[in-house]
Design a protein around this ligand. Structure first.
Ligand code: ADP
Ligand code: ASP
Ligand code: MG
Length: 460
């Protein structure tokens, strides 16, 4: 069995769905489970609808509902005729009614909770997957549509709910596996789930990759395929570096670091379930299916001379500097600092420390004022926003002297606020001003990938 996950651009219109269907057909002997995202842009529009409703802008919100409905109706019109077209058009209208009722509810209450936001957001995946299921059937595929909320059980941290693996495994074995074994192509949604009590949740933006990995790991899939709109994982974000190279093969560790530090192509949580079961992950291009994509495995064959695999970056970072002379030579300083971040459930991305100071970066500033207030009880604290982290990743970064010098000399005029090397030693990250990040990434790429052509087995 394999998992085939198709992202937003791979399901965006009738042409994309036809294309996806051809890709799935070729894999029928390997028993695919197909996991889809909402059509490109739809999740954003759904969240925008919710926010307009919360602001009391009912008419604008309902206009957006109509736009979302007509986007999907157009796909249905392009893909089907006759009874199926009528049936699906009615089905979409009833989901749009549900959405309009949600808008009314939020307008009346004047309040938008994360719980309601998840119900809004879930609609994109529900619409896209239902259309695709019917297209599969029209193409004589034996297709079985499952509502992911019947098996993707999560806790109730709405908008970033945590999947409950034990229950999910049991449900998958009950609901999904028998259908796969009976020769059905199972089609379901990424991103969405439900609490044990049946309340709709989502597992975080971009979370369909994670859904696919969870299902793949729990059902011991042979392969987890992430179909997207680029040829694979590239040596940097192609929207910044035009001549970024495709990476043919990389390690789980490298992919995890890249995802964590902002390479949107994979959701950061995706790799872990695959690592646990040692299931290869492939990133493939649905617009160019003959390309071999990027293969991510535990221990790829590697060339020790190839040091850097990719450069990722993450914007919207706030850097917090914490200095305490009182704590000089005292134990417990770091513990106190991290206790504060932990208390406010704020993830720290990078840290650099000395005996009396710590620099830390975060992107979730929801509780920043509380964090600063508490840190100020034992230290001098400054927080600066509009920063970006640049992260250079490669398994061979460890044991490679001189890289930092090469890197810094490529960007001598860029102000570097902080440098940190992760304990895994496969990433080197540093913090720069946000407005310098694109330029810095381009120059670093030019310097560090000048010899990429010498590694034809790694880059393409
Ligand atoms: P999907 O909707 O298929 O999940 P995403 O938009 O989430 O697609 O991710 C794919 C996008 O990630 C690409 O179009 C590309 O712009 C961006 N991206 C950022 N960094 C990288 C990278 N290192 N390699 C490939 N793509 C990247
Ligand atoms: N549709 C969701 C999002 O846009 C999940 C995904 O595409 O992975 O965040
Ligand atoms: Mg994505």
């Amino acid at each position: 069995m394999i998992i085939m996950k198709f992202g937003g651009t791979s399901v965006e219109d009738a042409k994309a769905i036809k294309n996806l269907t051809e890709i799935v057909k070729k894999e029928i002997p390997r028993k695919p489970i197909v996991i889809v995202s909402a059509c490109s842009g739809i999740t954003n529009q759904l969240l925008q609808t919710a926010n307009l409703a919360a602001e009391g802008k009912k008419e604008e919100a309902l206009n957006l509902v109509a736009k979302i409905e007509s986007h999907h109706k157009k796909i249905v019109k392009d893909l089907f005729d006759g009874d199926t077209q009528r049936f699906l058009t009615k089905h979409l209208a009833s989901i749009a009614e549900e959405l309009a009722a949600l808008v009314n509810g939020v307008v009346v209450l004047g309040e938008l909770t994360n719980r309601s936001l998840d119900t809004f957001a879930s609609i994109g995946e529900r619409m896209s997957s239902f259309i695709i299921h019917h297209y599969f059937e029209s193409q004589k595929l034996k297709s079985f549509w499952v509502d992911a909320r019947s098996f993707m059980i999560t806790d109730d941290q709405f908008t970033k709910a945590i999947p409950q693996f034990d229950i999910i495994e049991r449900k998958l074995r009950e609901i999904v596996e028998p259908k796969v074994n009976n020769g059905y192509v199972v089609i379901s949604q990424g991103f969405i789930g439900s609490t044990v009590n049946g309340v709709t949740t989502t597992i975080g933006r971009g979370g369909s990759d994670y859904s696919a990995a969870i299902i793949g790991a729990l059902l011991n899939a042979e392969d987890i395929q992430i179909w997207t709109d680029v040829d694979g994982i590239l040596s940097s974000d192609p929207s910044v570096v035009k001549d970024a190279k495709k990476i043919k093969v990389m390690s789980f560790n490298e992919a995890a670091e890249l995802a964590y530090f902002g390479a949107r192509v994979l959701h950061p949580e995706t790799i872990l379930p695959a690592v646990k079961k040692n299931i290869p992950v492939r990133v493939l291009n649905s617009k160019n299916p003959s390309s071999s994509g990027t293969l991510i495995v535990a221990n790829p064959k590697t060339d020790k001379h190839c040091i850097v695999k990719s450069i990722a970056y993450k914007e919207g970072i706030t850097m917090i500097s914490i200095v305490s002379t009182r704590m000089f030579l005292a134990t417990g300083f770091l513990e106190n600092v991290f206790d504060v971040f932990h208390k406010y459930r704020t993830v720290v991305h990078t840290v650099a420390t000395s005996e009396v100071s710590v620099s830390a970066t975060i992107d979730n500033i929801k509780n920043l004022s509380h964090i600063i207030k508490e840190l100020k009880q034992f230290a001098t604290v400054t927080a600066t926003d509009k920063k970006a982290i640049i992260c250079i990743v490669g398994d061979n970064l460890r044991n490679t002297p001189g890289l930092a010098v090469r890197m810094l000399s490529a960007i001598t005029d860029v102000n570097i606020n902080m440098i940190s090397q992760g304990a895994s030693e496969i990433n080197l990250s540093f913090v720069v001003d946000e407005d310098q990040v694109d330029d810095a990434v381009r120059r670093l790429h030019k310097e560090l990938f000048a010899n990429a052509g010498s590694f034809p087995e790694i880059f393409e």
